[in-house]
Write a protein that binds this ligand. Sequence first.
Ligand SMILES: Cc1ncc(C[n+]2csc(CCOP(=O)(O)OP(=O)(O)O)c2C)c(N)n1
Ligand SMILES: [Mg+2]
Length: 315
Amino acid sequence: MLLQEAYRRMLLIRNFEETIEKLFLEGRVMGTAHTCIGQETLSVGVAAALQPCDAMTTTHRGHGHFLARGADPARAMAELFGKSIGYSKGRGGSQMMMDSSIGFYGANGITGGSIPFATGIALDAQMRKTGRVAICMFGDGASNQGVFHESLNMAALWNLPILYVIENNGYAMSTATVRGLANPCVADRAAALKVPGIRIDGNDFEEVRECVRHHADKARQGKGPAVIECLTYRLSGHSRGDPRVYRSREEEENAWKKDPVKTFEKTLIERKIASESEIELIQQQTAQQIEEAVQRCEQAPEASLDEFQNSLFSP
Ligand SMILES: Cc1ncc(C[n+]2csc(CCOP(=O)(O)OP(=O)(O)O)c2C)c(N)n1
Ligand SMILES: [Mg+2]
């Protein structure tokens, strides 16, 4: 992925997330959603390191991962609007989107719930020799779930092609990482199972891409799993309407000064990879793309009541 294209995807995610936050507040979108503002560079860095055949699972905060892998923003947004053109025909919502054609196997409302699922995908890849690597995205909070340790043990034991990529964004709902993890370095946990555990700057696109690519290549060669902890910061609240009483506005303002998307933009200009007018053009184009996505959603038919029981497990 060229750096300009990476920037375009980061901006697309930022625009998407800011737009749905606004639409929620206006009451135009129901339900809830968890936005990933501040974590866009990380999503795009991981996606840029992958092969089309690779499989990714996500979390409740998964729009960025999905868009980074190439999802259609209009269909993703339509899912939030409850419209029939949505990825789950408007019946699922924010945490129920997947598209196997782009190697994206969706979220799980249970914190850490996709960890065993992704491990199963890796076992399938190994048994059928597909050359696929599974990328399991989850948060610092989810790393406290027992199922992470069970899954990592199996992956290490069987040398499965899987990367556990932790987005350590400083919080699990209102609990700061330092208050929820006895050792706030998640990567350290890998050593107990003799798995490589790497801690990187999750806001640095190139560092993320290189690290994920290196360990994905190793996993593809049969060298087993890795745990990659990416340090980042959730600039948005936990979910819609979070009053964020557990942290100060000053802390947030300082984090905004290090906004990873802005930092990446400056790097592109400094390295003469994009001129200021090219950056402006990308900004206009992504804003327009999101505006068109909203219009497409508004015009699309509601999710059909007749179909709402289809595709469900039945007794
Ligand atoms: C089993 C379970 N316990 C609790 C919750 C409530 N819950 C939703 S998100 C969340 C925090 C997850 O934190 P983290 O894994 O760090 O992800 P982040 O929200 O920071 O992206 C919790 C506890 C849940 N959904 N499932
Ligand atoms: Mg977190």
